[in-house]
Design a protein around this ligand. Structure first.
Ligand SMILES: NC(=O)c1ccc[n+]([C@@H]2O[C@H](COP(=O)([O-])OP(=O)(O)OC[C@H]3O[C@@H](n4cnc5c(N)ncnc54)[C@H](O)[C@@H]3O)[C@@H](O)[C@H]2O)c1
Length: 432
């Protein structure tokens, strides 16, 4: 099939490349010329394991094209995916849909024969109706259908998640469209993905409800970790004990820092704004948002306690600053609260991240990016493990720090406290 992805970010680029890998001809369009130029030279603008090779193979096979030419891409494609950002509006919980509506307006100029417009961006209930209205201003009703196909991939595991999804959700009020979408996803359905069809509004809500539920699971275990710290219980035992129950499940039940990233913070807020619009009180989701915000403060207080309130002039190393491992995405990362806190209290901070230097910290004085992990740890008074990249899992701390009495705050519980005790390292972790 001929497909067009509008928006070549984490979702559009990964799913476009994977659709090409399944044998489709794919146009990836973005308004960002620098991004498209990089991609034309087979340089991925994002860090995602395995993506560079997949892009290269599919460009060489002439199935994957990168372009700024929206007109050509729309005219040549049967299915058009909208994959642009849907951030939170500043100072509110509302979703900023301007990118989605701009795309709807732009593509309406070029629709001359039947197209399926698929919204893959995460959007509030009834956004599909609004997209339809915009397109109807220029295009006859018989020439298009607007459907919802929310994306569930996780950054860092995006290719695997796309190729082996648990479910493919298609929301449409026109049943004929389901068959075409089923055909597109046939290779994944054959491998075991559940094809689930519902109304357009239903699919829009499935995405928000899923993300809010996962955020709730994380927040729940984080609060249980607080209780464990006050009762001398190991939170990991609770995770295993709870997670072994098939009704609960063990995933997203590992205690750590506040959740961040481009989805959970904005989608929990987005869900609240949808519920407000439909006069419904989602008190659980509201509590989750509050608890997660409190957690950022709570963990900084914990650091102050670990350092006996002496942060000034202390050498502090942060391992990992993105919101999680295997991505370069800094959106809503807890390090954006943690690092300014340490700097404000006079800490001398270094950070190391396998995905490289971060422009978000460009202006911070007393903060240094260190490309080499051992150099980042050398001479540290405190090492904070903030994300769980594989290279952080077996560090010989005494060898790299080369100093007595340093401390480790492991926010991802990567190390065994007993072994750290044996090595006489002052080690602190989460909920144990
Ligand atoms: N990042 C994730 O892990 C993830 C997972 C599932 C769903 N989603 C949802 O998917 C959507 C996209 O997320 P993302 O993380 O890929 O966003 P992103 O910010 O990484 O990418 C969006 C891209 O759209 C481009 N764009 C914006 N307006 C455009 C226009 N008019 N024409 C062409 N290109 C345009 C931007 O330049 C950017 O490259 C969001 O709604 C998000 O909530 C994201």
């Amino acid at each position: 099939m001929k497909i067009c992805m509008i928006g070549t970010g984490y979702v559009g680029l990964v799913s476009g490349t994977c659709f090409a890998d399944l044998g489709n001809k794919v146009f990836c369009v973005d308004k960002d010329k620098i991004k498209i130029n990089k991609l034309k030279n087979i340089i991925s603008p994002i860090y995602e394991p395995g993506l560079d090779d997949l892009i290269r193979n599919n460009v060489r096979a002439k199935r994957l094209n990168f372009t700024n030419d929206l007109e050509k891409a729309v005219k040549e494609s049967q299915i058009i995916f909208i994959c642009v950002g849907t951030p939170t509006k500043k100072g509110s919980n509302m979703v900023d849909l301007s990118q989605v509506f701009n795309v709807a307006k732009s593509i309406s100029k070029y629709i001359k024969n039947y197209k399926i417009i698929v919204n893959k961006s995460t959007v509030p209930v009834s956004t599909g109706d609004q997209i339809e209205k915009i397109i109807l201003k220029k295009v006859k009703r018989s020439l298009f259908d607007v459907i919802s196909n929310p994306e569930f991939l996780r950054e860092g595991d995006a290719i695997r998640d796309f190729k082996y999804p648990d479910r493919i959700v298609i929301g449409s009020d026109n049943k004929k469209v389901f068959k075409k979408m089923q055909l597109l996803y046939e290779p994944l359905i054959k491998k075991g993905a559940k094809f689930f069809s519902t109304s357009r509004k239903g699919a829009e809500l499935v995405k928000y409800a899923s993300n809010a539920f996962l955020a709730t699971k994380i927040t729940f275990i984080n609060e249980i970790a607080n209780l464990c710290e006050n009762t001398g219980i190991n939170v990991e035992d609770i995770s295993v004990g709870m997670g072994s129950d098939a009704r609960i499940g063990g995933r997203f039940l590992r205690a750590g820092p506040a959740y961040g990233g481009s989805c959970f913070p904005k989608d929990t807020k987005g869900l609240i704004s949808i519920a407000d619009k439909f006069k419904t009180n989602l008190s659980i989701v509201k509590s989750v948002i509050k608890s997660n915000q409190n957690r950022k403060v709570l963990l900084t207080k914990r650091i102050a306690k670990i350092m006996n309130n002496k942060i000034k002039n202390k050498k502090i190393t942060i391992l990992g600053v993105t919101f999680k491992a295997n991505t370069d995405d800094m959106r809503e990362s807890s390090s954006l609260v943690l690092i300014p806190y340490l700097l404000k209290r006079g800490g001398v901070v270094k950070y190391h991240d396998p995905s490289g230097f971060k422009k978000e910290f460009k202006k911070n004085k007393n903060l240094k990016f260190e490309r080499i992990l051992s150099k980042a740890c050398l001479g540290a008074d405190l090492i904070i493990i903030n994300t769980e990249w594989d290279e952080f899992k077996s560090i010989d701390f005494k060898k790299v720090v080369k100093k007595e009495n340093f401390k480790i705050y492991d926010m991802r519980n990567l190390y065994n406290p007993e072994e750290m005790r044996k090595k006489k390292i002052k080690y602190f972790s989460i909920g144990r």
